[in-house]
Design a protein around this ligand. Structure first.
Ligand code: SF4
Ligand code: SF4
Length: 412
């Protein structure tokens, strides 16, 4: 459902620690589900150690995937993810830097917000923009373009924004940086008359719905369902299972709609033991692999074991790319737009720095498409003077990508 965000920068997790200390019964339900908790103790133990200053070691909260499975199984619905996020923020504000400058997620984010890769195009009278996020344009530029054209059928003055919502920084506790970057984007959109954002990525959805005061947010899955895109196509036959992204674990209406879309297309849908509210993280959540790759792999292994040999359909590009290394995983949009290329080929397309080339080429295509629109590239940088993540890799990849894109442009 569309959401009208009601808050700007809520102080996440300020009361989560005290709630856990007061209400956790140490029943162990969450510990049974989570390798991270099994390693560090019950939430009450962790919260008590933290509150009394006997630890934890600064790395501990960065090993939690912030996936929310614990909250889903807890009879008190205790917000452990909020507690660990608050600990991450406190650690960062004390100057703890547990992730290195080679953190791939922050490098990815910095490329996303760069002048080279960002692009805004707002036609006259535009009040709605399509915000595809980072991963979809990076891995499926053609599909992103077809999706945009499809959305334009229903919103003729639709604008487009290629940028990063900076959720990696949000989840890593870099709240000051996140607020400055997301706040600048939000202010620009609002001052330009934009009031509605259509997102493809569940993480972008979470950020816009939590922090995008003044902007309503909806997903492409809701729009596609309304436009019956799937019904336009030849019926499929076969059997699939659904991996729900953990940021959507409480979005039951979107989960139902994804299954309805698949069934409308002719697919038989079966469920894995963990799905919907109890979905498992794919392993990419909250950049855990930067500090505890073994825990990240544990989540991926669990998900792959439940999927077995079934084809897994997901509606998050990050999940789809990560899981396709272990199982036959496809993005729902691949099925809706009829371009399933197979895990191996899709993984080749998603190799770095091809992802940069894909984004640059899409940007050039959009620049031509929106020739009469108001355009901008992101030049605002909140981290001037701060350390850079993946700087050499970013510079090199942009250089190589620019060269390859120019070559393609010359051959066109
Ligand atoms: S949010 Fe996920 S990783 Fe963190 S404690 Fe809960 S279940 Fe474990
Ligand atoms: S499930 Fe809830 S009450 Fe039980 S140990 Fe976990 S946080 Fe505590």
């Amino acid at each position: 459902m569309s959401k009208d965000a009601s808050q700007t920068f809520p102080p996440a997790g300020t009361d989560a620690l005290s709630r856990v200390r007061e209400q956790c019964t140490q029943c162990g339900l969450c510990v049974k589900e989570c390798a991270f908790l099994a390693r560090h103790g019950t939430p009450l133990d962790i919260a008590d150690r933290y509150a009394t200053g006997r630890g934890p070691c600064p790395q501990m909260p960065f090993e939690c995937s912030l996936c929310g499975l614990c909250t889903a199984v807890c009879l008190q619905s205790l917000p452990l993810d909020q507690m660990f996020l608050a600990m991450r923020r406190a650690a960062v504000s004390r100057g703890c830097r547990v992730y290195g400058t080679d953190c791939v997620f922050l490098g990815y984010e910095q490329r996303g917000v760069s002048r080279h890769l960002s692009f805004y195009a707002l036609p006259t009278g535009c009040d709605t923009v399509f915000f595809p996020g980072c991963s979809l344009p990076a891995t499926r530029p053609g599909l992103t373009y077809r999706l945009l054209r499809h959305l334009q059928r229903f919103t003729p003055r639709l604008g487009v924004v290629l940028d990063c919502c900076t959720k990696p920084s949000h989840d890593l506790g870099r709240q000051g940086y996140f607020e400055a970057m997301f706040g600048e984007m939000r202010a620009f959109l609002l001052s330009s008359g934009v009031r509605r954002v259509i997102v493809a990525c569940p993480n972008c959805h979470k950020i816009f719905s939590s922090y995008g005061k003044g902007l309503s947010v909806t997903t492409v899955y809701e729009v596609l369902s309304g436009s019956r895109r799937s019904a336009d196509r030849r019926p499929e036959r076969g059997h699939v299972t659904v991996h729900d992204p953990c940021v959507f674990r409480f979005e039951t209406s979107i989960q139902d709609l994804v299954r309805d879309t698949l069934r409308e297309m002719g697919w038989e849908v079966s469920e894995m033991p963990h799905h919907g509210r109890t979905a498992l993280c794919c392993g990419e959540g909250a950049s855990v692999s930067c500090v505890a790759p073994d825990l990240a792999h544990t989540w991926t292994r669990l998900r792959a074991a439940e999927a077995g040999r079934q084809r897994v359909v997901t509606y998050c590009t990050g999940c789809s790319e990560l899981l396709s290394g272990s199982v036959d995983a496809v993005h729902l949009l691949d099925l809706v737009f009829g371009r399933v290329v197979g895990s191996r080929r899709q993984r080749l397309r998603s190799l770095f720095p091809l992802t940069c080339v894909n984004r640059l080429r899409l940007k050039e295509r959009l620049r031509r498409e929106f020739s009469g629109a108001r355009v901008r590239e992101r030049t605002f940088a909140a981290d001037a003077g701060e350390r850079q993540y993946g700087l050499t890799r970013n510079r090199l990849s942009l250089l190589v990508s620019l060269a390859i894109s120019k070559l393609f442009a010359l051959r066109r």
